[in-house]
Design a protein around this ligand. Structure first.
Ligand code: CMX
Length: 433
């Protein structure tokens, strides 16, 4: 067994035993109450699942195994310019330990060794019109590899419950290794006349992905390291993570559960917001007829968007109540690496204009930017203006978090998820009480 798998197995076994004992001894303990308002507003804040890999604090933002984004940047092994490698984050999420540089290098090599994509995936993708939305291609590409599921095969042969995690681990590692190749294939067929670029396994996970997309710029490689790290996980309740968790709880294999989660990520209120942000900015620039709009012009355009009954993409959050540290880390990256970009200046002006406009509505709980408010402008700067592809980048990263969490779910023996629904009659009756 490789070092990572062995480390995980040791930790998982002891936590499994501990959680079983807690469930037996304290399972009846009341820990929260639920209001009608929470039931009627998308289950906001209701604690109803266990998720090992990260936890979201409304004011601090995401903490991966207790470490905030600034701490992650300090602690994890990094690329040449200091941005953390997502391999290190995956190790941390799975084991709770900060890996050494050697351990991260081993993981990079392991993923390279697993990254061959089966031909049928490319054949299926090639059968789709090249202008099929990249997120649709991505989920189809993932499903086209489902026949390779080790969990599916071993389950059909009669897999013991205690070995579920092992098969899910193998599927998850294979999927994570293959996702950048599938994503790059989709990008090159959709936007670069199908001229594909062979992987370079001398590079780390992120730099190789950047290379296959078509960029060997060292700053873009650093951006990819940061991007793939900060988008990976945002606790379990967000739509993509929760979908993966729910579907996997039926013992659907990681290919099926990840594809389901990617469809959730493709909604404009969730991951697709990263394409919507840049689309909205481009439309604003077109409509105002200037690449350097003033704050006053932006404020007028924001108001017009709100008056049309639309949301301002990249702003607001279901849990966060402060500017998203994932936004802040991208802003710091831009300040460090990018000088004189009209587009990035515009993103910063929007940051000054939108929060007061949303606050003035009197109903928006969080007027601050989320992760999606900045990412597109960075990608455009490095030569990737094809915004319909952006959610695929998010998806490659999200795979790291949800698959790590999925390995934990099977190792801890988590059951089929089945919360209770209620009818409007029940709600009316409760309201009268
Ligand atoms: N622009 C305009 N109105 C907004 C808004 C925004 N950015 N954010 C919230 N509101 C509105 C809501 O639509 C809601 O209006 P109604 O009561 O008329 O339905 C009201 O403010 C209250 O919403 P909330 O409780 O503050 O926010 P929710 O938890 O319901 O929704 C979110 C959160 C993210 C869906 C919402 O803020 C939004 O639509 N943002 C824009 C889309 C976006 O950027 N999504 C990406 C989020 C990050 C991610 O998941 O990837």
């Amino acid at each position: 067994m490789d070092t990572l798998k062995q480390k995980f197995a040791d930790k998982a076994l002891s936590l499994y035993t501990e959680m079983r004992a807690i469930s037996k001894e304290s399972g009846d303990k009341v820990v929260a109450e639920v209001t009608l308002g929470q039931i009627m507003s998308g289950a906001r804040g209701i604690k109803m699942m266990q998720w090992e890999t990260s936890e979201l604090d409304a004011n601090v933002g995401i903490r991966f195994r207790g470490r905030s984004i600034p701490e992650i940047k300090q602690l994890l092994p990094s690329g040449p310019q200091g941005e953390p490698k997502p391999e290190g984050l995956f190790w941390l999420m799975l084991t709770g330990e900060v890996p050494t540089k050697e351990e991260v290098d081993q993981l990079t090599a392991d993923w390279h060794g697993r990254s061959e994509v089966p031909q049928q995936c490319y054949t299926v993708l090639d059968s789709l019109p090249a202008d099929t939305h990249p997120m649709t291609q991505f989920t189809i590409g993932i499903m086209a590899m489902q026949g390779d599921s080790i969990f599916d095969k071993r389950y059909a042969e009669g897999l013991s419950k205690s070995d579920y995690w092992d098969a899910v681990y193998e599927d998850s590692m294979n999927l994570i290794a293959r996702l950048p190749r599938v994503a790059a294939y989709i990008y090159r067929r959709a936007f670069k006349d199908g001229k594909h670029i062979e992987p370079d396994t001398s590079l780390d996970y992120s730099a190789n992905f950047a290379h296959m997309l078509g960029s060997d710029d060292k700053d873009f490689r650093s951006l990819m390291r940061l991007y793939l790290t900060i988008h990976a996980d945002h606790e379990g309740g967000n739509a993509s993570a929760h979908t993966v968790h729910l579907v996997a709880s039926t013992l659907a294999d990681p290919y099926r559960s990840l594809a389901a989660g990617m469809n959730a990520l493709a909604g404009p209120l969730h991951g697709l917001a990263n394409q919507e942000v840049i689309k909205w900015i481009f439309e604003m620039i077109d409509s105002l007829g200037t690449k350097t709009p003033s704050k006053e012009q932006i404020a007028t355009y924001v108001q017009q968007t709100l008056d049309e009954g639309k949301v301002i993409p990249g702003y607001g959050h279901a849990v966060l109540r402060e500017p998203d540290p994932r936004f802040t880390s991208q802003r710091r990256f831009a300040e460090q690496y990018i000088k004189d970009s009209d587009l990035i200046d515009t993103v910063w002006k929007i940051f000054d204009v939108v929060p007061p406009a949303l606050q003035a509505l009197g109903k928006v709980k969080n007027p601050w930017p989320n992760v999606d408010a900045h990412s597109g402008a960075l990608l455009v700067h490095y030569g990737f203006p094809e915004f319909s592809f952006y959610t695929v980048l998010f998806g490659v990263s999200r795979g790291l978090g949800v698959l790590a969490a999925g390995i934990w779910s099977r190792a801890l023996g988590m059951p089929l998820e089945r919360p209770k629904s209620v009818t409007s009659d029940w709600i009316k009756a409760q309201a009268k009480k």
